[in-house]
Design a binder for this molecule. Sequence first.
Ligand SMILES: Cc1ncc(C[n+]2csc(CCOP(=O)(O)OP(=O)(O)O)c2C)c(N)n1
Ligand SMILES: [Mg+2]
Length: 623
Amino acid sequence: MAQALVRFLAAQYLEDDGVEERLIAGCFGIFGHGNVAGLGQALLESELTDPSLLPYVLGRNEQAMVHSAVAYARMKNRRQAWAVTTSIGPGATNMITGAALATINRLPVLLLPADSFATRAASPLLQELEQPGSGDVSVNDAFRPVSKYFDRIWRPEQLPSALLNAMRVLTDPVETGAVTLCLPQDVQAEAHDWPDELFERRVWHLRRPAPESARIEAAAKIIAAAERPVIVAGGGVIYSGATEALAEFCAATGIPAGQTQAGKGSLVFDHPQSLGAIGATGTTAANALVRDADVVIGIGTRYSDFTTASRTAFANPDVRFVNLNVAPLDAIKHAGLDVIGDARESLLALTSRLSGYRVPEAYASSVTDLAAAWEETVSAAYDAGPGEGGRFHQSAVIGLVNELSAPRDVLVCAAGSMPGELHKLWRTRDPKGYHVEYGYSCMGYEIPGGIGVRMACPDRDVFVMIGDGSYLMMPGELVTAVQENLKLIVILVQNHGFASIGALSESVGSQRFGTRYRQRTASGRLDGDLLGVDLAANAASLGVPVIKATDRDELINAIRTAQRSSSSTVIHVETDPLLGAPDSDSWWDVPVSEVSALDSTAAAYDVYQKEKGNQRPYLRPTQ
Ligand SMILES: Cc1ncc(C[n+]2csc(CCOP(=O)(O)OP(=O)(O)O)c2C)c(N)n1
Ligand SMILES: [Mg+2]
């Protein structure tokens, strides 16, 4: 059965705009009982026949392998995915966080967790969960809520329908996410005669549904009557390959566009209508314009709370929404006019229907002025001097990396204080140049994510910006980068704890409690010295050369050295955790205790209540 599975996966293709590509790029894995025999044997047989059929990559942590797979799929605009095979029990459940990340970010990945015997011949197995009230539950059932398709192959006869459904979901722009096929270890090793046709070359088509013309007509009427329209461009713009269509739409109409984390890159930073980041981590330009917008045009966005500033960003009482989205789930959000279809097709239709429309002149010039003012803010942040003890200002590190990287290079990040700062400050010059995982914002994504990006685009340098907290979650994948001869430039930002959650904690009155990496003292608290931990030595021990940079010139030299190298480099910098990026007058809803014995909490609660008062439900129908 495992041999059949491998053969099938190697024969799947995806066609988009007439171009065909292999759908399943390869298989990540860590072997143990449950996959060492069945799938392991099948992958070995396949590699010995032809290593390009289904390349096998050994990772270090199952969650990390899913991150790599997901990052690869994102770089490929969801045209390709990886399979990930694990042993039973902990190997399998280690993937659950990765599965959630894939599904939340709508990125395809095929998960193949091993499962205990279908026959139950030797139960309970090592690592098998026994449920007193149910005989057919395994730990793998925990994948159900985080998977877009879930199946368990109890019998070899079930394989064809499971595989066809798995491919259907992986290639569906609306449904895609984690697809989980649980493989009981005995069934993997069983023989069965399937029809030959199952293994024939199979080409899946990437759906690009055209919007209904009446819907385009209705959207155009609303937009044509708008005086202050703004676009919210999400990841769907990039996945659909609609970046040029968006640039033309904005240029033709003068409508400005703010970008979500996944949508950053949908317009290059210096496009005349580009407002940069929008929302809680947005720019002053985008946030000022959406505040008064009368029509918000959401394109390929799922309107997360960071994008909407927890439903406070759109403050015009008459605001209406027009949502272009392939997913009905997103298209109806904020009671918007739902234009359901592919982002590129919808934008092209709207551009042609709105020909001749331009935003009012005064509005167009306020767009230009606000965008220019923000660019000055960015330049100043890039030039920020060091903080206490000569430690870097994080904005200056971001600035140097941006200025020294090539336009097509890729920036990878996921959690901590950097995603917000990067969203605001990073000057994106290529649609695929900005890769911040902010659907799940999962600490530890950065290094394995960088691996996936580099595997997908070996012709681009990949800059992984990672905090010390995130680094400690998943440093082991540096070993996988060494093994696979993958070049990463890792900027390891040491600030001895959580700058991000520290600042958040302070804002909610919790006094940065538990966010510093400090020695526990006789007081019983974490208020002692910095820890005697050397993350640079840790990275070096994993086989990656490390450069410590303590000032601007050293950092410039370090980046240049890393760029010249053909293998990975870790650049270690110390930053001041108390220095943040420029503010943009926005809010994020994180509830504060209503009652408390702490003055700091009580003060934060007063502020919270005031902000909470600005939150709106956006329920007014758009017709
Ligand atoms: C797996 C996971 N656990 C917890 C969190 C919550 N969280 C978000 S940022 C952060 C701290 C990140 O620290 P670090 O990487 O050092 O970045 P810094 O905040 O210092 O910039 C935490 C704990 C998360 N996003 N992901
Ligand atoms: Mg930190």
